[in-house]
Design a protein around this ligand. Structure first.
Ligand code: C5P
Length: 322
């Protein structure tokens, strides 16, 4: 009889996000801003692989590996350790990340890796935890981590960690412009938003997403969704990275349904009405826009999920044979 080898490594796939709306309210005493956002998971993925090891470690490869810390400050490593502790103590893992989501780009790339590590470790350690239990650990790691577990399209409130699903049918086609000049620091963009508001004498109200967007999402009609895209951090992101004004204008001069800076930027998301229009816009932006990576993605897509488990020497056998 041949014994089926126990799978000892687990791979999770996790998407990036854009914000269809981001309404920033007042600064709270804990240093976060109260917000109302509509998160939308899009098909640009990181892969997070966890394997049992003698010591905790993280290694990063892929398109955006160079700006990711490979020490204890890495969010995926923090997530794995936090889950190990919260579940009563687990043995160390070695984490490998294939990084395709840009870093410090307003797409929650670090949060995505944390969500991927939670899902992969949960499976490796066979904890039997549901999404809600994982979400409590996720919220301690960062405001966007619970959404990356959830995926799809969802309203985020509080500091972004409290989620309510959105009724959304259909698929949206996006073209992303991703900076090659480096990212923007999220705390700096929020601080710039506060500074601009103070200078203008604006006092933020309690944030709410608009009914216009929620109605548009029921049918996913691109013109209606495009008209409702909004980001309160956009002005601050453009103030810190003025090239973004040129990127936004380049897209608006072409055939788009809407354009918005994602999260704290500098990624810009353009909504188009078909996959053919996405190809046309990609060509147009490459010819006219400031230099950047231009990527076509669809949304919504599911959140972090396990896509494979394997033994150290190869894929796990699908069954045993005598
Ligand atoms: O939660 P996360 O680690 O993503 O937040 C990074 C930083 O972004 C925070 O330290 C804070 O400066 C800013 N932030 C905020 N209000 C939020 C979310 C983030 O001011 N709701």
């Amino acid at each position: 009889m041949t014994l089926a080898a126990e799978p000892t490594g687990v791979t999770a796939r996790v998407p990036g996000k854009i914000n269809l709306q981001l309404v920033v309210g007042p600064l709270r005493e804990d240093g976060f801003h109260e917000l109302a956002t509509v998160f939308h998971a899009v098909g640009l993925y990181d892969h997070v692989i966890v394997t049992p090891a003698e010591e905790w470690s993280v290694r990063v490869g892929g398109r955006h590996a160079d700006r990711v810390p490979q020490d204890g400050s890495n969010l995926a490593l923090q997530a794995a350790r936090m889950l190990a502790e919260a579940s009563g103590g687990q043995p160390p893992v070695a984490i490998t990340i294939d990084k395709q989501i840009p870093v410090a780009a307003g797409m929650a790339g670090g949060s995505a890796d944390a969500a991927g590590a939670l899902v992969a470790c949960e499976a490796l350690w066979e904890l039997g935890w549901g999404r809600d239990e994982l979400a409590t650990v996720a919220a301690r790691l960062g405001s966007d981590v619970p959404f990356l577990l959830h995926g799809g399209t969802a309203i985020g409130s509080g500091r972004g960690e409290q989620l309510a699903p959105v009724l959304a049918r259909g698929r949206l086609h996006w073209v992303l412009w991703i900076s090659r000049d480096g990212g923007l620091s999220t705390p700096q963009v929020y601080a710039e938003c506060d500074r601009l508001r103070d200078a203008a004498g604006e006092v933020p109200a309690d944030p709410e997403p608009t009914g216009e967007l929620l109605t548009a999402l029921r049918t996913m009609e691109p013109t209606a969704v495009g008209a409702a895209l909004h980001n309160d951090l956009q002005e601050a992101a453009v103030s810190l990275a003025p090239t973004l004004a040129t990127v936004l204008q380049a897209g608006l001069d072409l055939d788009v349904e809407g354009a918005v800076v994602s999260g704290s930027g500098p990624t810009v998301a353009f909504l188009v009405d078909s996959s053919d229009a996405a190809i046309d816009l990609t060509v147009g932006l490459a010819a006219r826009g400031p230099e950047g990576d231009i990527v076509r993605v669809d949304g919504p897509v599911p959140g972090a999920q396990v896509v494979g488990s394997f033994t150290p020497s190869g894929p796990a056998p699908s069954g045993s044979s005598d």
